[in-house]
Design a protein around this ligand. Structure first.
Ligand code: UDP
Length: 484
C-alpha cells in the first residue's frame, strides 16, 4: 500500500502593518483550507488582532496556529505596545521600527529549527528572510501587499529614474517600458525612491529587492484578469514567478469574519448593518483612509464641509493626527445637521462588511491596495485620494487603466501628516463625490466595477485563475519540498 504523503507545512512571517498582516492571514487561512499545515509567526499584539478568527478556523478543523515572537521594543527604544506600523507617528519611530524587524532574524531561526517547516512566506521588510530560509534548506516566497501593476511601476522608476530628467516637481513624465502609457510627477513618487543610492532607506530597499530576486517567487493579492499585461510584464522584466491568488478577502464568508477582520470594530456590526439597511441602494459614500493615515484637524474640517455640500449619505471613518484633540475639527452643528444622513466611525470600521452592502455606491479611499481590491471585489467605484506608499501608482490603475474612479486631485506624496495642512479643498471633495455618486459618468463606472466584481468572485472558485494559481503554487511546493 502506498504511504500517505506528508503534509506540507508553511510558516508565514507577515509584515507588522495591517495592510500586509490582514491579507497574509487571509492567505494563510486559504492555504489551510487547501490541506496545508500553517503557522503564523508574529508578535503578541499583532497575534491578538486575528486570534478569534484563527480560533474559529481551528474549531472548523483546519491546521492553523500562531507562533509568538516577542517584539524588541526596549532594545530599539520604542514604547511598549508599539508593535504595528499604525502606532508610528514620525520618521524617527519608523527607523527604530525597521531596526526591530531586523532583530526578528534570530527568533525566526529558532522557530525554523524547532518546527522544521517546508517553506517560509515573508513580507518584504524582512530583507534577510531568503538567506535565513536557504540556511534551513527551504524556499522563501515573498507575499506582496500590492499588485503586479504597482510592482512594475516601482521597478521601472528605480531602473530608469525618469524623474531625474524632469526639471520641476509637478511636470508629468512617462514611466518607461510599461504596457500602458502611465504618466507621473516627481511629487507623486515615494520619497525613499528619490534619495541617493547610499542612503539608509535606499540601501534597505535594494536589500529587499535583492532578497525578492533570489527568492522562490512572489505571491500577489490580485487576479490575472484584472491586470493581465502586468502579470506578464512582471515575469518578463523581473524574471520571477508570480502567483496571483486574490482577492484573498473573499475567504471571509460570514459576517462575523468580515466584521472582525484585522481588528475589533469600533461599531457594533448589527448597528452598522441596520443603518445601511435604512438607505437606498448605491446611495451611501464610504470614506476610509486605511490603517496608517491620519489627517490634521484643518483637513478634517475641510472634508466635513465638502461632504455636507455634496448632499450625499456617508459613513466616515475618522483618524486624527492627534488623538487627544477635542472634536473641534467638526464644523459647528455638523453632527446635528447630518443626523440620519452621515455616520461617523471613530477608530476601526468593519470595512469589508460595509463595502459588501448594497447601499454603498462609492468609496473615498487613499488607494491602499487592500482597500482598492476590496472595493473592486464589492463592485464599488472610487473617489481617489492617495497619500503615501504606492498609493499614487494604484490611483493610476483605478482612474486611467480600469476607469473606475474619480480623482480628488491630491498631488503630493507624504508619509507623515502635517498638523495644519489642507491637501484637498472642500470644493474638490464636493466635485469628485458628486461626479461619482450622481449622474451618468458615475453610473458607467459603477457598471464597469460590477463587471470586475463578478470576475473577482469567479476567479477564486474552482476552475478560476486565482484558485488554479494557488493550487499550482502548492503543487510546486509539494513537489520541491516534500520527500519523494
Ligand atoms: N481596514 C478596516 N477598517 C478600518 C481601516 C482599515 O477593516 O477602519 C482594513 C481594510 O479593509 C484593509 C486594510 O485594513 O484590508 C488596510 O489596507 P490598505 O492596503 O487599504 O491600506 P493601509 O492601511 O496599508 O494604508
Amino acid at each position: 500500500m502506498a504511504s500517505k504523503s506528508r503534509q506540507l507545512h508553511i510558516v508565514f512571517l507577515p509584515q507588522l502593518a495591517h495592510g500586509i498582516l490582514i491579507p497574509t492571514v487571509d492567505m494563510a487561512r486559504l492555504c489551510a483550507r487547501h490541506g496545508v499545515k500553517v503557522t503564523i509567526a508574529t508578535t503578541p499584539l499583532n497575534a491578538h488582532l486575528f486570534a478569534k478568527t484563527i480560533q474559529r478556523d481551528r474549531e472548523s478543523g483546519f491546521e492553523i496556529s500562531t507562533y509568538i515572537i516577542k517584539f524588541p521594543s526596549a532594545e530599539v527604544g520604542l514604547p511598549e505596545g508599539c508593535e504595528n506600523a499604525s502606532s508610528l507617528t514620525s520618521q524617527e519611530m519608523q527607523t527604530k521600527f525597521l531596526k526591530a524587524a531586523n532583530l526578528f532574524q534570530q527568533p525566526l531561526e529558532q522557530l525554523l529549527a524547532e518546527l522544521r517547516p517546508d517553506c517560509l512566506v515573508a513580507g518584504m521588510m524582512f530583507t534577510w528572510a531568503t538567506d535565513v530560509a536557504s540556511k534551513f534548506g527551504i524556499p522563501r516566497l515573498v507575499f506582496h501587499g500590492t499588485s503586479c501593476f504597482s510592482i512594475s511601476i516601482l521597478d521601472s522608476v528605480i531602473r530608469h529614474a525618469p524623474y531625474k530628467k524632469i526639471a520641476t516637481d509637478f511636470e508629468f513624465f512617462d514611466v518607461p517600458g510599461l504596457p500602458d502609457q502611465i504618466k507621473m510627477t516627481k511629487m507623486q513618487l515615494p520619497d525613499f525612491i528619490k534619495e541617493e543610492e547610499g542612503s539608509e532607506r535606499r540601501k534597505m530597499l535594494n536589500e529587499a529587492l535583492e532578497s525578492e530576486r533570489t527568492s522562490f517567487g512572489v505571491i500577489v493579492n490580485s487576479f490575472y484578469e484584472l491586470e493581465p499585461a502586468y502579470r506578464e510584464h512582471y515575469s518578463k522584466v523581473m524574471g520571477k514567478k508570480a502567483w496571483q491568488v486574490g482577492p484573498v478577502s473573499l475567504c471571509n464568508k460570514d459576517s462575523e469574519d468580515k466584521a472582525e477582520r484585522g481588528n475589533v470594530a469600533s461599531i457594533d456590526r448589527h448597528e452598522c448593518l441596520r443603518w445601511l439597511a435604512s438607505k437606498k441602494p448605491n446611495s451611501v459614500l464610504y470614506i476610509c483612509f486605511g490603517s496608517l493615515s491620519r489627517f490634521s484637524a484643518a483637513q478634517l474640517n475641510e472634508m466635513a464641509k465638502g461632504l455636507e455640500a455634496s448632499g450625499q449619505n456617508f459613513i466616515w471613518v475618522v483618524r486624527k493626527v492627534n488623538d487627544e484633540d477635542k472634536e473641534e475639527w467638526l464644523p459647528e452643528g455638523f453632527e446635528e445637521r447630518m443626523e440620519g444622513k452621515g455616520l461617523i466611525i471613530r477608530g476601526w470600521a468593519p470595512q469589508v462588511l460595509i463595502l459588501d452592502h448594497d447601499a454603498v455606491g462609492g468609496f473615498m479611499t487613499h488607494c491602499g491596495w487592500n482597500s482598492t481590491l476590496e472595493s473592486i471585489t464589492a463592485g464599488v467605484p472610487m473617489v481617489t485620494w492617495p497619500l503615501q506608499a504606492e498609493q499614487f501608482f494604484n490611483e493610476k490603475l483605478i482612474v486611467d487603466v480600469l476607469k473606475i474612479g474619480v480623482c480628488t486631485g491630491a498631488k503630493e506624496w507624504s508619509r507623515w501628516a502635517d498638523d495644519t495642512k489642507i491637501i484637498v479643498t472642500s470644493e474638490d471633495i464636493e466635485r469628485a463625490v458628486t461626479q461619482l455618486m450622481v449622474g451618468e459618468e458615475g453610473e458607467k463606472m459603477r457598471n464597469r466595477t460590477r463587471e470586475l466584481k463578478d470576475m473577482a468572485r469567479r476567479v477564486v472558485e474552482e476552475g478560476g485563475s486565482s484558485y488554479s494559481d494557488l493550487n499550482a503554487l502548492l503543487d510546486e511546493l509539494r513537489l520541491n519540498c516534500l520527500p519523494k
